[in-house]
Design a protein around this ligand. Structure first.
Ligand SMILES: [Zn+2]
Length: 252
């Protein structure tokens, strides 16, 4: 008791000053500890928040990646199945090859077929024979360069204008890797008749079998460069998707 009293009531000024300094030092240390603790707490909260955001982004990223991969896998599997299953018979085709000429049958070799393009004639009510004559006459008039391997009439008849090992002038940039099919139509909106539609499905199915192609190889002229051809199936995306569904059902 006595000792504590002596500490509480120091006898000299020097001792008093020493006590004050010690107390100040203690206060300083305490404040420093508080600041350090506050910094650690703030830092920890920051780290936790950062980890939460990072984890959230990671989960979102992996979810998007997985769903993308999922779709991809399904479509690749379906494509494989379609190619494997495809036993489409060759439809009835009337072979009326164009006379070789530089405007519609240049005779250049078609080295590979990776795409099948669907077109419309852009001339309502004209027949397959009339459109074939138009291509044939280009050799005389030299008006423009145009042709396609097949023309399907509005009654469903199929005319072949070019051998399958020769290029046509149908889709810029794709003439050397594709086969083109022109479709006739009656309605002004460009919708194919049922007969044209059925022949198109059968012709596409057979060509897909011949070249081991899946549905993704079937394209509108529009899909290569944006030309509104075949117009009805450009303006009605659902009708184009339906055509691909019908094609898939026809093959599987
Ligand atoms: Zn076209």
């Amino acid at each position: 008791m006595q000792k504590r009293r002596a500490e509480e009531f120091p006898s000299t000024t020097k001792e008093l000053e020493a006590r004050r300094r010690a107390r100040r030092e203690i206060r300083r240390k305490r404040r420093r500890r508080q600041v350090m603790t506050a910094r650690i707490v703030v830092g920890a909260i920051g780290l936790i928040l950062l980890a939460c955001v990072g984890f959230g982004l990671y989960r979102l990223g992996s979810f998007l990646w997985r769903s993308q991969e999922g779709e991809e896998t399904v479509s690749v599997m379906q494509e494989r199945e379609i190619i494997k299953t495809n036993r489409s018979e060759k439809p009835e085709i009337s072979e009326e090859l164009l006379t070789p000429n530089e405007y519609s049958r240049p005779g250049d070799e078609l080295p590979e077929v990776t795409e099948l393009f669907v077109h419309y004639t852009a001339n309502a009510g004209t027949s397959a024979a009339q459109n074939r004559s138009y291509f044939e006459n280009l050799g005389i008039t030299g008006e423009t360069s145009a042709s396609s391997h097949f023309i399907i009439g509005y009654e469903g008849e199929i005319i072949q204008c070019l051998p399958l090992n020769e290029i046509g002038y149908s889709v810029k940039e794709h003439n050397f890797n594709s086969i083109s099919i022109e479709c006739c139509y009656l309605d002004e909106d460009g919708k194919f008749t049922d007969a044209t539609y059925d022949s198109l499905i059968r012709l596409l199915g057979w060509l897909m079998k011949e070249y081991d192609l899946g549905i993704s190889s079937v394209k509108r002229h529009y899909d290569a460069g944006g030309k509104p051809c075949p117009i009805y199936y450009v303006e009605h995306e659902d009708a184009w998707n339906q055509l691909k569904k019908d094609l898939k059902e026809y093959i599987l």
